[in-house]
Design a binder for this molecule. Structure first.
Ligand code: C5P
Length: 239
């Protein structure tokens, strides 16, 4: 397979076309950004860690019946994925109050939620990815009611699988963000990445943060935290 021109460069990944129709080539970068790009840094090895971690999660989810765009890991920082048209919604699922929910609802970080909370954010850098409700999604024409129901259901199913999987590895899944895309034949497929950039992971015993909050909040040891996640889910990195 041949890597052709770059189609898109995001904050953490580059997407290339390939000579095979329907297949994209993804390259994970070491760039880290937070607060809608206001805070930037390079974290050595992050691209490799997130590529490895995402590959493990997507393979595991596929085995558990959650189809997704992942095809194969090509190298330490590259993977092949199925071409999808990304739906401009971030689907966030939360089990414990943290981050923007703790702030918005005035809850102390770490408060267990009585049930998982699913939220949609409109993916738009200029607007700073605002929280949107069903009517907003309707008037923006982003997704139909049936699609919204499906995204919510998938978010909750993936939450159950990931929570159990991480709990066995002594990690609390606090919250996470998913993205989905439409395939050419009209199906909705889980896409993008699942990594410490897009999830909050806390150690069960120490409650230590093992995710991007280490970067957002200047807690240090960002790379070590990502390495620890990879190690706990059975992977190996060479960074
Ligand atoms: O910041 P907030 O508390 O809303 O984030 C909720 C979850 O979604 C966190 O796990 C965070 O890492 C993830 N997220 C993300 N990309 C964004 C916003 C949030 O991966 N643009």
């Amino acid at each position: 397979m041949e890597k052709l021109e770059m189609l898109y460069e995001g904050k953490a990944k580059r997407i290339y076309r390939t000579d095979k129709p329907g297949v994209f080539w993804v390259q994970y970068k070491d760039d880290a950004t937070a607060f809608n790009g206001e805070k930037r840094a390079q974290i050595m090895g992050k691209g490799e860690l997130n590529n490895r971690i995402t590959s493990i999660f997507f393979r595991m989810l596929k085995k558990k019946g959650i189809d997704n765009h992942f095809i194969e890991e090509l190298s330490s920082t590259e993977q092949l994925v199925k071409q999808v048209d990304i739906i401009p919604l971030e689907v966030v699922v939360r089990n414990i109050a943290a981050g923007s929910l703790a702030k918005r609802l005035g809850m102390e970080e770490g408060t267990e939620l009585s049930q998982p909370v699913v939220e949609f954010y409109y993916k738009d850098d200029e607007l700073g990815d605002p929280l949107v409700n069903d009517s907003h999604i309707d008037v923006l024409g982003i997704a139909t009611e049936e699609e919204r129901r499906y995204l919510r259901e998938m978010g909750l199913r993936i939450n159950e699988i990931l929570t159990a999987y991480m709990r066995e590895r002594n990690i609390i899944l606090v919250d996470f963000k998913l993205e989905f895309g439409r395939t050419e034949d009209g199906n909705i497929l889980l896409a993008d990445e699942i990594s410490p950039d897009t999830c909050r992971f806390w150690d069960v015993d120490t409650k230590e943060k093992l995710d991007k909050d280490r970067f957002r909040r200047d807690l240090g040891n960002v790379e070590d935290a990502y390495k620890e996640i990879l190690k706990r889910i059975g992977g190996e990195a060479h960074v």
